[in-house]
Design a protein. Structure first.
Length: 230
């Protein structure tokens, strides 16, 4: 078995400086010598859980659960928002009828009667029904203007595929009052999921949902914005 002295003879520590590392020099007499550390160079594609053989400018690493690897791909395009608004007031018999009461049933709000902005992710299937065309995470932001004729309570239902997934109670409203209701709702949607917003007067309230006051997206009383967030 070689002695300790034999091992020490293979190491040259002369001229040591801060940060030096031992490096093997195969030239005769072969020894381990001190040297500054070299730059570390590792190709990203050589990492065992990364597959990125031909990246392009601007690509990002995205985890693929199917292969359990990080892969390069172009970043998702930024999405805009679809802004949908009422064109007119909504009552139990249309634009000019008597105020809407609980006995008349829910009002499906026709935000799609005026479209101030539209994106490919959302299809206005009818004035009251909106269909998601690209799966992802979405945020709904709603403003609803309501005129009351008699006091009572209001309730808003967020309907997804015809099922009430969120109920938003608005509390007591007084006679001859104008109420502005704001709410937002976030959810992961699949392709062809549908969205519908309904408002229901309860407890004796009778209401008119306010519509277009004058032309332009900033002076409409009731609007919904649908934004794809990821």
């Amino acid at each position: 078995m070689p002695s300790l002295a034999n091992y020490i003879s293979l190491i040259d520590l002369s001229g040591a400086a801060d940060g030096d590392v031992l490096t093997y020099n195969s030239a005769e007499p072969s020894k381990f010598e001190l040297a500054p550390p070299g730059a570390l160079s590792i190709a990203l594609d050589s990492v065992t859980d990364v597959t990125a053989p031909t990246p392009s400018d601007g690509d990002v690493l995205t985890y693929d659960s199917g292969t359990s690897k990080w892969v390069n791909e172009a970043p998702a395009a930024a999405s805009g928002s679809s802004k949908l608004c009422l064109s007119r007031a909504v009552t139990s018999t249309g634009a000019t009828g008597s105020p809407h009461a609980e006995a008349d049933g829910p009002i499906a709000i026709p935000f799609g009667s005026v479209i101030y902005a539209a994106t490919a992710e959302v299809e206005v299937t009818s004035n009251t029904l909106y269909t998601i065309k690209t799966a992802g995470n979405y945020k709904l932001e709603c403003e609803i203007g309501v005129d009351t004729s008699t006091s009572g309570n209001l309730r808003i239902s967020v309907m997804i595929n015809g099922v009430e997934l969120r109920r938003i109670p608005q509390g007591f409203v007084y006679t001859n009052q104008t109420v502005h209701i704001f709410f937002h709702y976030a959810k992961a949607f699949s392709v062809n999921d549908t969205i519908e917003i309904k408002i229901i007067p309860v407890g004796g309230a009778t209401i008119v949902v306010r519509g277009l006051v004058s032309a332009g997206p900033d002076v409409v009383e009731s609007c919904m914005t649908i934004t794809k967030e990821g």
